[in-house]
Design a protein around this ligand. Structure first.
Ligand SMILES: Nc1ncnc2c1ncn2[C@@H]1O[C@H](COP(=O)(O)OP(=O)(O)O)[C@@H](O)[C@H]1O
Ligand SMILES: [Mg+2]
Length: 247
């Protein structure tokens, strides 16, 4: 696996298959994607199309079967999962700082992360004392504590209720505007993709069906604006077209 000192990421001719019950099952095939730096790239696709597998390969948790993967060094990659994955026996503060090499974070840095993720006043709370949205904020603060160049987010808001999800999306955009990290965000929600993405990649079992450039579309976005409605139609068509081709 290639490791470069870049803040974005890239995969070339990526293949990944799993052996299931003696059979080889292809999950990602001939995938070539360039994820720009300091941008929010969305990987949009229905369940089972290989989104998590792609993120796991980029994070170095999983080997690809063949192809080239170029990412920042492993310690420069942060990951946020669908469930918060906090340590229940540690406070918010300790969860954020856990495992960060000594000397990398001072008290002011942790306070800044807590401020950034809106967790002021909950530093000494335990995960079980927090709402789902707050737990996910803590997970995001934890990922940011490593000062990653690349953040991989795997449907991080999918388990939240509509209103919490909306506020988390806004929060993420604010954090992005302040910190300009490179973010790869996986979702199966077209609306979520439209609200936060600067580039949207529609992923299908046979690869990237279509790419949408939303970098000129400023925040905050309104899903009911003419622009959003037109884009949504195009994205749904991209997903639809591929489905028909597969039938
Ligand atoms: N470790 C594994 N062993 C066997 N099959 C797997 C493994 N991980 C994922 N898969 C299969 O790969 C496909 C894609 O899974 P996944 O990447 O989780 O999709 P998504 O995140 O888009 O829902 C699914 O069919 C899943 O069952
Ligand atoms: Mg998944």
């Amino acid at each position: 696996m290639g490791v470069l000192t870049i803040a974005g990421a890239k995969v070339n001719n990526l293949f990944k298959s799993f052996h299931v019950a003696g059979k080889e099952v292809a999950v990602l095939q001939n995938l070539s994607i360039e994820f720009p730096e300091q941008s929010i790239t969305i990987i949009l696709g229905k369940s089972g199309c290989g989104k998590t597998t792609l993120l796991r390969i980029l994070a170095g948790f999983e080997e690809c079967t063949s192809g080239e993967v170029i990412t920042p060094a492993k310690e420069k990659i942060g990951m946020v999962f669908q469930e918060p994955r906090l340590m229940p026996w540690l406070t918010v503060w300790k969860n954020i700082t856990f495992g960060v090499p000594k000397g990398r974070l001072n008290i002011a840095d942790v306070e800044r992360l807590i401020e950034l993720t809106g967790l002021n006043g909950f530093e000494s709370a335990y995960p079980s004392q927090l709402s789902g949205g707050m737990q996910q904020r803590a997970a995001l603060a934890r990922a940011l504590a490593y000062d990653p160049e690349l953040i991989l987010m795997d449907e991080p808001f999918a388990a939240l209720d509509h209103f919490t999800r909306e506020s988390m999306q806004k929060e993420l955009i604010n954090i992005f505007l302040k910190q300009k990290k490179s973010i790869l965000f996986v979702t199966h929600s077209v609306d979520e993709a439209l609200l936060i993405g600067q580039k949207i990649l529609v992923l299908n079992p046979s690869g990237v069906a279509q790419e949408f450039d939303l970098s000129q579309y400023t925040y905050p976005r309104d899903l009911l604006s003419q622009n959003s409605i037109v884009k949504k139609k195009e994205i749904l068509e991209a997903i639809q077209t591929k489905k028909e081709q597969m039938q």
